[in-house]
Design a protein around this ligand. Structure first.
Ligand SMILES: *Cc1c(COP(=O)(O)O)cnc(C)c1O
Length: 369
């Protein structure tokens, strides 16, 4: 049996050190916004090469607070438009609509699953304020063309970095490629906590200060409230866990990439389309997910089940077909829809053995429905 993802095996890779740090917190008598949270914020800033990290309760809040802060700063207003890929996870879209901003869906590049830089320019109008790029499945979505468009129309580039911790382009880490970046440390992510956690990274000090206040009731000085904020802080236990796991992120990503390369080199079933990497840079894809495409998806799923190999679909329904966004249900995004009908994720995790991945390759190569 190879599970799609076994969080306990992931935990066991660093268990002793994690337990030690968790006990530091439980014994300290200080559980919210203490030394562990600030230590992790500092560690993560150093890792990403950015000036500021602000911990949040989860990844959705990190993204939502970026837009909220731009509104408080007078940079965005109700009804302004944000360009975002049509095939992203729903949280990217929710962070926009939660702020009364308008998502404008852009189709992805067919082979890379990320926003198509050539479909951006004709969607820009005076209300357009930002491009939310999503490093989907672990692959860097940033391009020089997107940067140039953003610069010439004065748009913010915001990164949804929830799936690509540690990915980089020409030595520059994600989280440092745009104006601000939202990270999730949901347990399944490349850098995962043992519960909910998230963070914003940015080189913009005003933005960072605003988010720091917004995540804590809008308070910039204790018991003084500058904004009508929310409660979304990174707690001490999760911060302590994350500081441990951050030390192993590069090793874990290296193993994910090694496994992905093995799949790419050895899966040779003509029914299956393998994922493509846009850049030559070996760290530009950290394979949060290894996503193949197959027309006979249900047949492959049934077959994998019979062979005890885990699978998942990321994601079965695109945002514009969700009940929550009824107003978009009759819009058509054919690339996105094809994607959602054919994608299938197979196991990729740092603890997988050479035997596990060899088994997966052999099983998939024998699939002939
Ligand atoms: C996981 C994820 C989020 C949300 O993170 P949470 O911590 O679960 O709120 C946002 N965007 C993408 C692309 C994600 O994969």
């Amino acid at each position: 049996m190879v599970d799609f993802l076994d969080l306990k095996k992931l935990y066991n890779l660093n268990k002793d050190e994690i337990i030690e740090r968790v006990f530091d917190v439980t014994n300290s008598g200080w559980y919210i916004l203490g030394n562990h949270a600030s230590k992790f914020e500092e560690d993560f800033s150093n890792y990403c090469g950015v000036k500021n990290t602000v911990g949040t309760g989860n990844g959705l809040d990190a993204l939502t607070l970026i837009f909220r802060a731009y509104k408080e700063m007078g940079i965005m207003q109700d009804g302004d438009e944000v360009l975002v890929p049509s095939n992203t996870y729903i949280a990217s879209i929710l962070s926009i609509t939660e702020n009364n901003l308008k998502p404008i869906l852009i189709e992805p590049e067919i082979d890379f699953y990320n926003i198509d830089e050539n479909k951006i320019q004709n969607k820009i109008n005076p209300r357009t304020k930002a491009i939310l790029i999503v490093h989907l499945y672990g692959q860097v979505a940033y391009t020089e063309k997107i940067y140039n468009i953003a610069k010439s129309y004065n748009l913010k580039i915001i990164e949804d970095s929830a799936q690509a911790h540690g990915a980089e382009l020409s030595g520059k880490k994600i989280g440092n490629l745009g104006d601000a970046s939202g990270f999730s440390f949901y347990p399944t992510k490349n850098l995962g906590a043992l519960g909910d956690a998230g963070a914003v990274t940015t080189n913009d000090d005003d933005l960072s200060d605003t988010i720091r206040a917004l995540r804590n009731y809008g308070s910039h000085v204790k018991y003084e409230n500058k904004y009508k904020g929310i409660n979304s802080r990174l707690d001490e236990i999760q911060a302590a866990v994350l500081s441990v796991k951050l030390k192993y992120l590069d090793d874990h990503n290296r193993r994910r990439i090694e496994i992905a390369n093995f799949y790419n080199e050895n899966i040779n079933n003509e029914r299956i389309k393998l994922p493509k990497v846009k850049y030559n840079d070996p760290l530009s894809h950290v394979y949060h997910l290894f996503v193949i495409r197959i027309l006979k998806r249900q047949e492959l799923i049934d077959y994998l089940e019979s062979k005890n190999i885990g699978w998942f679909i990321h994601y079965p329904i695109p945002p514009h077909k969700q009940m929550a966004y009824k107003e978009w249900n009759d819009q058509e995004y054919p690339i996105s829809e094809e994607r959602h009908n054919t994608v299938l994720s197979i196991p990729n995790a740092p603890y997988l053995s050479d035997n596990d991945i060899l088994k997966i390759v052999n099983v998939i190569n024998e699939f002939n429905a």
